[in-house]
Ligand binder design. Structure first.
Ligand code: CTP
Length: 398
């Protein structure tokens, strides 16, 4: 998805430099042409050979190294770059960028760049909180840099606090967002649901399903990248909350019903990728259920949950697009079309648990997009691509 894009990945001498290897690899997997520029200190933490190998381009470190393919390397790299991301950015390199200092390959190259720039600060909390650093970061913002806030957590110096560099997948999202130019969903409000729900049995146990939330998260990320204002209502998943959207975390089908229906009226598009429980325990025990006497069996009485999508279908506002997901183990198309009609949907994305490469937990899917007037079978593709294809189809319906 980054085919033809030249990305300059700047790495300064923070311990998070090791995470830059995953970022370089993720960018290359998106077909970007990645040029890495490291500070001397960064090379003491991770070898430039790692980046040479991952990117297929020679890592630049020394401004006076004559062994380059371009004549004035830092200017050539700066002219080529569509995007700069400096990750990790130390307090020192941020201070240099903020004040226009250019005393090594990274700072000279970045100073010459006219493209969008992203900075991911990573350092000890004291250094980060220091007003000098904060002023420098504000200066970068003023000069048009995008700053990726560091996360809270355990730091290499042995303390805990703000200063951790976000993981590579999150930085990749920031890059994709910065480079996305076809904002064909600008101004649209989109609500996406993702993940499973948990229905409590007692304070210890719950009923759930195998949904990991991957498909819904990809849909939410794709809509955000296309300029939509996205609300992601997510059941409990192991995924990192994506940037640039309002993430609402829920547990049960009842929570999801409330969070979705209270926001539904203002949405242009609602995409329900969540695997919502159809039944929940009729009574939730207030204490842990103990094994009683010699009883071998325990019977749980279940009651129906509210069908969120069916409710949305009844209360659909004019022009709103409703999209459901349907997961089946047999009679996929027939059952999915029935759901489309019964729930008054505009489109339903059907996937079968028995198709190889489709279903829970994997990064790929095989979707059939069913509308009132037809259906389109998509081949096996990544969930990210499938999300984009689904959005293309939804935009055609509008
Ligand atoms: N859905 C919902 N609320 C529920 C159950 C399902 O909003 N209580 C939504 C799902 O998010 C999905 C669609 O309905 O988008 C289809 O869900 P699925 O479980 O496949 O179908 P059901 O209509 O529940 O039918 P069945 O379980 O009988 O297959």
């Amino acid at each position: 998805m980054l085919k033809g894009k030249h990305i300059l990945l700047g790495i300064s001498g923070g311990i998070a430099a090791y995470k830059a290897a995953s970022l370089a690899s993720s960018l290359v997997k998106q077909h970007a042409d990645v040029h890495v520029v490291m500070t001397e200190n960064a090379t003491k933490l991770i070898s430039p050979v790692v980046f040479d190998s991952l990117t297929g381009n020679k890592t630049s470190i020394d401004t006076f190294d004559r062994n380059y393919e371009h004549k004035v390397e830092h200017i050539a790299l700066a002219t080529l770059a569509d995007l700069v991301i400096v990750a990790p950015a130390t307090a020192n390199v941020i201070a240099k960028f903020a004040n226009g200092l250019a005393d090594d390959m990274l700072t000279t190259t970045v100073l010459a760049c006219r493209c969008p720039k992203i900075c991911a600060p990573a350092m000890n909390t004291g250094m980060y909180d220091n007003p000098v650093t904060q002023d420098n970061i504000d200066k970068l913002r003023h000069y048009g840099w995008e700053i990726v806030e560091p996360a809270d957590g355990y730091l290499a110096c042995g303390t805990s606090g703000k200063g951790r560099m976000p993981e590579a997948d999150q930085l990749l999202e920031v890059c994709l967002h910065a480079l996305r130019h076809e904002h064909d969903m600008e101004g649209m409000k989109v609500l996406v649901t993702a993940g499973p729900t948990r229905e409590a049995i007692d304070p210890v146990r719950f009923l759930t399903n195998h949904s990991t939330g991957k498909m819904g998260y990809e849909v939410a990320k794709a809509a955000t990248a296309r300029g939509a204002e996205v609300t992601l209502v997510s059941g409990p998943v192991e995924l990192t909350p994506p940037p640039y959207m309002d993430v609402v975390n829920v547990m049960s089908a009842r929570d999801m019903f409330e969070e979705v229906t209270s926001r539904a009226g203002e949405q242009d598009i609602i995409i329900k990728a969540a695997a919502v429980a159809d039944y929940r325990p009729a009574d939730v025990a207030s204490d842990k259920i103990k094994k009683s006497g010699n009883d071998d069996d325990l019977t749980l009485q279940l009651e129906r949950t509210d069908d969120i999508l069916a409710y949305l279908g009844v209360h659909k506002k004019d022009g709103q697009i409703l999209c459901g997901f349907s997961m089946e183990t047999k009679d996929l198309l027939e059952n999915s079309r029935k759901k489309l009609e019964k729930k008054n949907l505009d489109i339903i994305a059907a996937n079968s648990l028995t198709t190889e490469g489709a279903g829970f937990g994997v990064n790929t899917n095989v979707l059939t997009l069913i509308t009132k007037d037809g259906q389109e079978e998509l081949p096996l593709m990544s969930k990210a691509e499938a999300a984009d294809r689904l959005l293309d189809e939804i935009l055609k319906l509008r």
